[in-house]
Each structure stands twice: as structure tokens, then as C-alpha cells.
Unconditional design. Structure first.
Length: 210
């Protein structure tokens, strides 16, 4: 019985997090794409409520001092690399949104964090770990696969840099969640890194205005 259920979980995981996102690479009616996406989202949300997936963590799991230190170090490295990259790629884009449209820059912060980051982290970390973690004996493989799936969710941008960025970002967030089981931490971490990418001038790659 468990073996059959395990196979079902594997098939479900691959279909939801790999097959459907990769299907966007093919040209077929947008209506079908929308229906598939909505159906998958509703299915996941139903599982979250049915299984009472814990989204809020207990305060005992939170070590904010260590979190801010680790996040700060990773952010410093990301900031240096992206500033150099944007400067050499197209210096006109560097902090362009902040310089020319600061109001839009501030508004997008709230839209991005609440309507993009939070749902992604609930689905790709909280739900994913709650439902599929048991399938992985090696937690390093779990984190790696989570990074692959998170990158696959961004495949519709059709940009190799975006895939690379989201792959490593997905692994960073998965590692943080694996260690802390804190929805708050991955939400903050994802928001900081993602908003910085938008701020430094790479927002156009992710569908944001430059």
C-alpha cells in the first residue's frame, strides 16, 4: 500500500513541479495553459488545507541573529556580483528604476512580496517539504531537486540567466527552510534577494519594469 502511495507522490510531484512548467515551452492555446495552471494551484491549495500543512512556525525554531548574519553575507556577495554584471552588461540599467521611477519601485515591493514571494514560498518550500520530503533519504538531493523545480517554474521567461539565478536561489531558500522550518525566514530572504535583483536593474528579466 505504501509503495503504491509513494509512486503516486512521485508522479504527482513530477507532474506539478516539472511537467506543467515545462509545458509552457510548447506552443498551444493560452486558455489551456491558464486552465492547467489554475487547476494545479487549486489542487495544491486543497492539499494544503486538507493536510493542515503548517505554514506558521513556532518561535523556538527562529534564530534571528544567525539568520541575519547568513542572509547579510549572501546578500553582500549577490550585490557585488550583480552590480558588476549590470555595469558591464548595460550601465544605463544600473539602479535605473530607483533613479527614474522611485514611486513605482516602492509600490512593486509590496506587490512582489505579497503576491509573488509569499505564494511561491508556501508552495515550493512549505508544501513541497511537507508532502515530498519523505521521498528523499539524502536531504542534499531534496534541496537540489527543489532548486531544479523552482527554476522550472521560471522557464517561461526563456532566459538562461533567469534559470541559473532561480536554480541557486531555490536551493538557498530550500536550505534555509530545511534548517529552520521557518516560513518567515524564507519569505524575508526571498523578498530581499528578489527585490534587489529588481532594484539593481535586472527586473526586466523577470517581467518587472526597468
Amino acid at each position: 500500500m505504501y509503495r503504491n502511495y509513494k509512486r503516486y507522490l512521485i508522479a504527482e510531484m513530477i507532474f506539478l513541479f516539472l511537467v506543467i512548467p515545462l509545458s509552457f515551452l510548447f506552443y498551444y492555446p493560452t486558455t489551456i495553459k491558464v486552465i492547467l495552471t489554475l487547476a494545479s494551484f487549486i489542487y495544491v491549495v486543497a492539499l494544503i488545507f486538507r493536510n493542515r500543512t503548517r505554514i506558521r512556525e513556532t518561535k523556538k525554531t527562529i534564530n534571528w541573529r544567525r539568520f541575519w548574519l547568513n542572509t547579510g553575507l549572501k546578500f553582500f556577495g549577490l550585490a557585488i556580483l550583480t552590480i558588476m554584471g549590470v555595469y558591464y552588461y548595460n550601465s544605463e540599467l544600473l539602479f535605473k528604476i530607483v533613479r527614474e521611477r522611485p514611486v513605482i519601485w516602492l509600490k512593486i515591493f509590496f506587490i512582489y512580496s505579497l503576491l509573488s514571494v509569499y505564494p511561491q514560498e508556501v508552495i515550493y518550500r512549505v508544501f513541497f517539504f511537507s508532502r515530498y520530503e519523505r521521498l528523499f533519504r539524502d536531504k542534499r538531493l531534496l534541496i537540489f531537486v527543489n532548486g531544479i523545480f523552482f527554476a522550472a517554474a521560471h522557464v517561461f521567461f526563456r532566459n538562461e540567466f533567469v534559470l541559473l539565478l532561480t536554480f541557486f536561489g531555490g536551493m538557498f531558500f530550500a536550505y534555509t527552510y530545511h534548517k529552520t522550518r521557518s516560513t518567515s525566514m524564507i519569505f524575508i530572504e526571498h523578498t530581499i534577494y528578489g527585490y534587489w535583483i529588481f532594484t539593481v536593474g535586472l527586473g526586466g528579466l523577470l517581467g518587472f519594469p526597468n
